[in-house]
Design a protein around this ligand. Sequence first.
Ligand SMILES: C[S@@+](CC[C@H](N)C(=O)[O-])C[C@H]1O[C@@H](n2cnc3c(N)ncnc32)[C@H](O)[C@@H]1O
Length: 315
Amino acid sequence: MLVLEMTEHIPVLAGELIDVVEPRPGETVVDCTFGGGGHARLVAGLIGPEGTLIGIDRDPIAEERFEELVAEVTCHTRFIRASFEEGLRQLRDEGVVADIVYMDLGMSSMQVDTLERGFSYVYDAPLDMRMDPDQELSARDVVNDWDERQLARALKELGEERYSGQIARAIGRRRSKAPIESTQELVDVITGAIPTPARFAGGHPAKRTFQAVRIVVNDELGQLERALPYSWDILRANGRLAGISFHSLEDRRVKRFLAERATGCTCPPDFPVCVCGREPEAELLTRGTVPTPQEIAANPRAKSARLRAARKLRS
Ligand SMILES: C[S@@+](CC[C@H](N)C(=O)[O-])C[C@H]1O[C@@H](n2cnc3c(N)ncnc32)[C@H](O)[C@@H]1O
């Protein structure tokens, strides 16, 4: 396995997450995106020997990291290797009740730094980008099989790529000769498709396309949409749900989900009394916490992070 250097994943907004969800001794906590266990390690220390930590991740490397954590902590532990949609649904079907559920979205440093997995546009590797290596769909399939219009739309909507049409057409031309097999081939096609000045502005020219393809391959937004209701279902009254997002498409979904639950009476303001009877199910614990400049300086990956959280008022 080609590994750039096994960087520890530095947990983003870790202190802020702990402050907002306040893990207490004996609580049951579900970490839906275990990764390298950075957040989970802090949580495990706080819930103590009576507490239970349930980790979910679809990446087998995360499962290995979970085994390492089990040897270090005193709390009860359980790992579910699955998408968080499946994992949370399974917990709900088993009747598990949680005090805290949180998600730290996107990919981990371990995934980016394992070069052969093709997440990075900086190193040449097969076009893969699957968080779950057992999944069928890979970046190679998306780049070579999606029609140009579908690709252009994904690059625009999921990557906010200004030159989405040009890039999709260039991909179409290139693959009509031979399939695009590697990250470097894709980077070359992207670089050739955009105007020269744009190659030097707005970060790496392939950054936005790679983000879009990764989101498609891992169905990141669909997973989030479908998993949030399950996470809410398994929370007990007073339970806390938190999400750390890394781009506006994720953040918008977390924000909307929590805001809908925190909304009470929706009667027009000139009604003398409430007739809708709607009461809030949630209390927002933060309206969007961002990292400090010090955290961003120490960990540039934190730059676009935003934490949202809410407390469930009743079950
Ligand atoms: C940003 S990392 C989490 C890092 C972790 N909080 C830590 O401190 O080490 C995201 C992790 O979530 C996993 N992941 C992302 N989306 C997922 C999903 N829909 N289902 C299961 N795991 C997912 C990825 O495989 C990755 O390991």
